[in-house]
Write a protein that binds this ligand. Structure first.
Ligand SMILES: [Zn+2]
Length: 104
């Protein structure tokens, strides 16, 4: 895979995850309902949203680290064992930091 292509993909992934995180943050900061039962439902929804927000932030971080590896010429190397990550795996998961063996 060409580095410029990977960089473009990683940049757009970072953008997507940032947009997603911002949207979830907006949802979480909305006004709360008056009634107790509605508030209980909202709290449950908020817990789900907190989980999604954590996922989105973790994904942003993962993509940023992949961009750093690209800058350091270590992109495509497993961060655990140093072996090259399978190109098909990288094509499917451009921010993958681990080879299939270490990811298991
Ligand atoms: Zn590995």
């Amino acid at each position: 895979m060409i580095t410029a292509e990977v960089r473009t993909r990683l940049n757009s992934l970072a953008y997507e995850y940032n947009v997603r995180a911002a949207a979830i943050e907006r949802d979480l900061s909305r006004e709360h309902a008056q009634s107790f039962s509605e508030q209980a439902t909202e709290r449950q929804n908020d817990m789900v949203l907190q989980g999604l927000l954590a996922d989105a932030r973790a994904s942003v971080k993962q993509v940023q680290q992949a961009i750093e590896r690209l800058n350091n010429d270590t992109y495509g190397e497993c961060t655990q064992c140093g072996e090259m990550i399978n190109p098909e795996r990288l094509a499917a998961l451009p921010a993958a930091a681990l080879c299939i063996n270490c990811a298991d």
